[in-house]
Design a protein around this ligand. Structure first.
Ligand code: CA
Length: 229
């Protein structure tokens, strides 16, 4: 059973979606507001959070920020907002993906599965050295020169993993979007800008002039590393 925390102040909506999720084997806990969500999240274990941005008490973005202070649990955002700003704000705060209401159930479930999959272990045994840092593909960890883990969200990890698997090769923007976010996101270049900037803050000695995560303008990205088997 996959345990989900569904954060939504619209009772009718949360009831409907919970019925669909439970029918597919998810165990769903509903929080009707941001404060309740944070209290639940602090005391129980969830494999993923599905979060509406417009809540009655505190803003959804604040909920994401608070969760990210303590956890890298996958977060899928739902919102009726159409503004690019709140979408980018949600990603920037650490959400993994975003579905705009109204959405089809099939699309929502596919995004949810992809979001959860990013948080689960892989079987690739290789390591890639990026400057003094080590990308451990089996452990899904980024380690600094002293072997201390540098925390990444599931989506940051997924992006780094795709680039590391193609070590030194150019990866086209649409390929990155497809592999990390799925087929419906092939032209969401904003996602890449946000997440590449976040990764650079963790990878690069000087994020403003990258040495390892290189932009090929208008084409894609490449990660310059040394692969160890
Ligand atoms: Ca709402």
């Amino acid at each position: 059973m996959t345990r989900l925390l569904l954060v939504e102040d619209d009772k009718q909506f949360s009831t409907a979606i919970t019925i669909s999720l439970r029918a597919r084997g998810y165990e769903v806990t509903i929080a009707g507001g941001g404060r309740e969500a944070l209290a639940r999240f602090g005391s129980e274990h969830f494999e993923a959070v599905v979060l509406d941005l417009g809540l009655g008490d505190i803003d959804g973005i604040e909920v994401i920020t608070e969760i990210r202070k303590v956890s890298s649990t996958p977060i899928l955002v739902l919102s009726a907002r159409h503004g690019e700003v709140s979408k980018i704000d949600a990603l920037d705060a650490g959400a993994d993906d975003y579905v705009t209401k109204p959405f089809g159930l099939g699309e929502f479930l596919a995004r949810l599965r992809a979001t959860i999959r990013r948080g689960t272990p892989s079987h690739n045994m290789a390591k890639v050295m990026v400057g003094p840092l080590t990308i451990d593909l089996a452990a899904k960890m980024l380690l600094d020169a002293t072997g201390t883990q540098i925390k990444l969200t599931p989506t940051e990890w997924s992006l780094l993993e795709v680039l590391a698997l193609e070590n030194n090769q150019l990866v086209a923007r649409s390929d990155l979007l497809f592999k990390v976010w799925g087929p419906s996101h092939k032209s969401e270049f904003d996602y890449l800008r946000v997440y590449v900037a976040q990764l650079r803050r963790k990878l690069e000695p000087n994020p403003g002039s990258p040495r390892y995560l290189i932009t090929e303008t208008g084409v894609g990205y490449r990660l310059l590393g040394e692969r160890l088997e």
